[in-house]
Ligand binder design. Structure first.
Ligand SMILES: CC(C)(COP(=O)(O)OP(=O)(O)OC[C@H]1O[C@@H](n2cnc3c(N)ncnc32)[C@H](O)[C@@H]1OP(=O)(O)O)[C@@H](O)C(=O)NCCC(=O)NCCS
Length: 175
C-alpha cells in the first residue's frame, strides 16, 4: 500500500535522483541524448535543498512511498504562474515524476489524486499543467485523470533543444 506524504528536507537527495533518472528515460527521443546523459543524481540537488528548506504558502511537495518506505515519485504544486491565469483560485501542477522502475504501478495515479486533494484544501478551484507536446505517455495519463488540453502552447528551450509544451486544465470543482 502506497503512502503519500509531504516532503521533508531529508528527502532532497532522493527527489533529485528521481528527477534525473525520470528525465533521462521519459524525455529520450524528445530532448537530445547529450543533454539527457549529462543529468546526474546530484544535478538538481541544490535546487531541491533550497526548495524543501522553505516551501511557500499554498505550495506543496508530495511524495509517494512504496511498501518499503522508499520514495518512488513526487509532485509539486502551487499557484499558477501563467500571465492569463494569475488568479488566487488558479493552481498549477509544476512537475510530477515517478521513478521509471515503478511506472505503471499506480503511483502516478495516487500522486495526482493527492495533488488534487491538496489543491482543493488550499482553495484552488482549477489547476493547469504544462507537458511536452510529444510526451504521449504523460498526456494519456493526464487525460485519463480528467485533465483536458486547452488552447495554450509555448515554445521552450531545454538544454539546446527547442520544444513545444501544451497546457492542460483540470476543473477541481468536479469530482
Ligand atoms: C506520467 C507518470 C507520472 C505516470 O505515472 P505512473 O506511476 O506510471 O502512472 P500509473 O501507474 O498511476 O498510471 C498508468 C496507467 O494506469 C492507468 N490509469 C492512470 N490513471 C487512470 C485513471 N484516472 N483512470 C483509469 N486508468 C488510469 C492507465 O491505464 C495507465 O496505463 P498506460 O499508461 O499504459 O495507459 C510517469 O509515467 C512519469 O513519471 N513519467 C515521466 C515524467 C513525466 O512525463 N511527467 C509529466 C511531466 S508534466
Amino acid at each position: 500500500m502506497a503512502i503519500i506524504r509531504d516532503a521533508v528536507p531529508a528527502d532532497a537527495a532522493r527527489l533529485a535522483e528521481i528527477h534525473a533518472v525520470s528525465w533521462r528515460t521519459a524525455y529520450r527521443g524528445l530532448l537530445s541524448d547529450g543533454f539527457l546523459d549529462s543529468l546526474q543524481p546530484t544535478t538538481r540537488l541544490d535546487w531541491w535543498n533550497s526548495r524543501l528548506a522553505r516551501i511557500p504558502p499554498r505550495w506543496a511537495v508530495l511524495v509517494a512511498e512504496d511498501e518499503g518506505g522508499v520514495i518512488v515519485g513526487f509532485v509539486t504544486i502551487g499557484h499558477c504562474d501563467d500571465d492569463d491565469r494569475r488568479l488566487p483560485e488558479a493552481g498549477e501542477l509544476y512537475a510530477m515524476y515517478v521513478d521509471p522502475d515503478h511506472w505503471g504501478n499506480g503511483f502516478g495515479r495516487i500522486l495526482l489524486a493527492g495533488a488534487e486533494a491538496r489543491f482543493r484544501a488550499d482553495a484552488y478551484s482549477d489547476a493547469t499543467l504544462w507537458v511536452l507536446r510529444d510526451n504521449q505517455r504523460a498526456r494519456r495519463f493526464y487525460e485519463l485523470g480528467d485533465w483536458h488540453v486547452d488552447d495554450a502552447e509555448q515554445r521552450l528551450v531545454i538544454g539546446s533543444d527547442a520544444v513545444t509544451a501544451v497546457r492542460y486544465l483540470r476543473d477541481l470543482t468536479e469530482g
